[in-house]
Ligand binder design. Structure first.
Ligand SMILES: Cc1ncc(COP(=O)(O)O)c(C=O)c1O
Length: 314
């Protein structure tokens, strides 16, 4: 049952002006990002100069997560996995990308804002694929200073971290702002039990006694594609033990290395937690090795794992 009348207003107020309701349009980007129910993905494609090829990294895996998020919010959805992946390639060709690119598919419920709260399952949606060039270079010595946030990570029965929707990011934004005003680069969020989860936009791993350890996928984290890639690199390329388990806050203070892992951040070492240096306070050897291997795999310099790279150019 609709709780609002179906009638529309004739005028709307916008930026100091009363204008006809129909004229209050904004760019589709803004709608998606502003929408409570917006679901999105973050994908990167890497240019390989030697192959003269742009490789989209783990495209199917990102689209699988996108479809899972869409399923959780019960959107009516008409595109297949193949169509989604092909659309990313078509867009990249249309933009004539011959450099590193960030790709942002997002979807939101069509219609007016007040309908969002009615949350009718199967409602028509709008799907956007946006993209923009970026440069994937970070100083290998770069390492950031982080804090443990006073904000608690959203729980699965509150606002699931597994669901990649824009609304979830307010939790991380609050934590990031707090970190920022207190002079840290980024925060780490704990769950309701005080156990380590992730950062506002990346998962994390620690190194203890030569073993790489990361919170499990049921630890109020996004099911990160990079986390999976790092697990494979650690065990298969570097031949280092890898463990998924609950991590205590105090392990952050005594671990040998700590790094964030995610599509956006790639592999980002942490120099200190709550002003306690991690190891010797610099990017550690295992994090460096993972970062190097990751950089070579995503770009196809290391030709293994070709199933993870979808070429854009035919
Ligand atoms: C909250 C959060 N956790 C983890 C990740 C890392 O996920 P992925 O490796 O799939 O990029 C992201 C990346 O967007 C994120 O926003």
């Amino acid at each position: 049952m609709a709780i609002y009348s179906e009638e529309m207003a004739t005028f709307i107020w916008r930026n100091g002006e009363t204008i006809p309701w129909e004229e209050a349009t904004i760019h589709v980007n803004s709608v998606g990002h502003a929408s409570v129910a917006g679901i999105f993905e973050g994908i990167k494609a890497y240019w390989n100069e030697t192959d003269e090829q742009l490789y989209v990294f783990r495209l199917q895996d990102h689209m699988k997560r996108f479809l899972n998020s869409i399923r959780m919010v019960r959107y009516g959805f008409v595109y297949s996995m193949d169509k989604l992946c092909e659309s990313v390639l078509e867009l990249s060709r249309a933009n004539e990308y011959r450099r590193d690119v960030y790709i942002r598919p997002y979807i939101f419920q069509k219609g007016i804002v007040r309908e969002l709260l009615q949350a009718v399952p199967g409602k028509e949606t709008e799907l956007i694929i946006d993209s923009w060039p970026f440069t994937s270079y970070r100083d290998p010595d770069q390492a950031i200073d982080v804090c443990v946030s006073s904000w608690t990570r959203i729980a699965d029965n509150v606002l699931p971290a597994r669901l990649k929707c824009f609304s979830n990011y307010h939790n991380g934004r609050l934590a990031a702002m707090e970190a920022n005003v207190n002079g840290y680069d980024w925060p780490i969020l704990l769950d309701g039990q005080g156990k380590v989860t992730e950062g506002p936009g990346a998962c994390l791993a620690i190194v203890r006694d030569g073993k790489v350890v990361t919170p499990s996928i049921t630890s109020s984290i996004l099911e990160s594609v990079t986390r999976d890639t790092v697990g494979r690199i650690v065990t298969e390329v570097l031949d280092i033990p890898f463990e998924e388990r609950v991590i205590d806050r105090t392990e952050l203070y005594i671990c040998d290395e700590l790094f964030f892992i995610g599509t956006g951040w790639e592999i980002m070492p942490v120099a200190s937690v709550d002003r306690l240096p991690v190891g010797d306070g610099k990017a550690g050897p295992i994090g460096r090795a993972i970062r190097k291997a990751y950089g070579e795999i995503v770009r196809g310099i290391d030709t293994r794992y070709s199933q993870w790279r979808t070429p854009v150019w035919l």
